[in-house]
Design a protein around this ligand. Structure first.
Ligand SMILES: [Zn+2]
Length: 319
């Protein structure tokens, strides 16, 4: 059984479990105290329930829930030197989550209970990062793989974060699903509070357009394969938990033919706004390009099979 968070030595062998535990404990010790507002928020969270919702989402998408690396309250801190994400962050190398209540307050202009709801959402987002596939090469090194995102050296020696925006869109979409389930179970916020949160996010959330892109991608794959949107979404979740790399040349070719040329390459380069335009346009141009309604077109039927094959490798149930 492969753990969701894997740490390797630079020589390639898996790092000793005892060394990883020691390193993680030291990271927590160094982070020190939490500010009182964060502590107040964390005290209201039912971490056991939250964890069970993540396990359920993983199980539903065919991932072994025992591999999930969920971070409990003792691994969550306030400000943290090198964690620069504005609202929150997850460090794969140290296995800790940072949440900045002050930044959430400033960014969304909320306080009191509404600030708690925003913080719950940020917490869920960072827990998706924590539970998604994480691979670090060298103890203490930042993650080389985080969900779909991969940090790679370019030809010029610069570090590039490939699939960063797709990964953030998938992360935020799963975060919102878990958030809704958690609120339904606990009544953490009332319906007006949740409506205010949705309005706020539509207006101000930095990843709003990325979630819309993931929805558009799901719509297209679902339309091209005639596999339900829900199953396509389960396949995408499983890809994040298993670290799908999209590096199969046949798969790259297939997405190029079905969706838009160089789809995977553009996705890896985070050209989300370019792709959004292309995905919408190419679909409008060929509104009847569903394979079943296009029986004359043999190559299309063949492609449908290949795309369904990709989904099948990621789905728990056979199509
Ligand atoms: Zn994120």
């Amino acid at each position: 059984m492969k753990e969701g968070r894997e740490i390797f030595k630079v020589t390639g062998e898996p790092e000793d479990t005892s060394k990883i535990k020691e390193h993680d404990a030291w990271a927590r010790f160094r982070e020190g105290k939490k500010d009182s507002r964060l502590r107040e928020f964390l005290d209201t969270i039912d971490f056991e329930l939250l964890r069970s919702l993540f396990l359920e989402a993983a199980r539903k998408s065919g991932v072994n829930p025992e591999t999930l690396n969920f971070v409990s309250a003792d691994g969550i801190f306030g400000k943290s030197g090198s964690l620069l994400e504005p609202l929150g962050a997850y460090s794969g190398s140290r296995n800790i989550v940072a949440l900045s209540m002050r930044k959430m307050e400033d960014r969304f202009g909320v306080e009191g209970k509404d600030l708690d709801t925003v913080a719950l959402s940020t917490l869920c987002h960072e827990e998706v990062h924590a539970t998604a596939k994480t691979i670090c090469i060298g103890l203490g090194s930042e993650a080389e793989q985080a969900g779909y995102q991969r940090t790679m050296e370019s030809a010029t020696g610069r570090l590039e974060k490939r699939f960063l925006l797709f990964n953030e869109g998938v992360t935020e979409k799963l975060c919102r699903q878990i958030l809704e389930e958690y609120v339904e179970r606990t009544h953490f916020a009332d319906s007006q509070g949740m409506n205010r949160l949705r309005d706020l996010f539509r207006e101000k959330h930095p990843y709003e357009s990325l979630v819309e892109f993931v929805d558009l991608f799901i719509d297209r794959v679902s339309a091209e394969t005639e596999v339900s949107r829900d199953l396509v979404w389960q396949a995408i979740i499983r890809g994040a938990y298993e670290g799908e790399r999209f590096d199969d040349p046949e798969l790259q070719q297939l997405f190029s033919e079905l969706l838009t040329p160089d789809f995977i390459e553009l996705l890896s380069q985070n050209k989300i706004s370019d792709l959004r335009g292309k995905l919408t346009k190419s679909r409008e141009k060929t509104p009847t390009n569903s394979f079943k309604t296009n029986g004359m077109n043999a190559p299309r039927r063949e492609n449908e099979g290949r795309l369904r094959k990709w989904l099948k490798t990621l789905l728990p149930t056979s199509l």
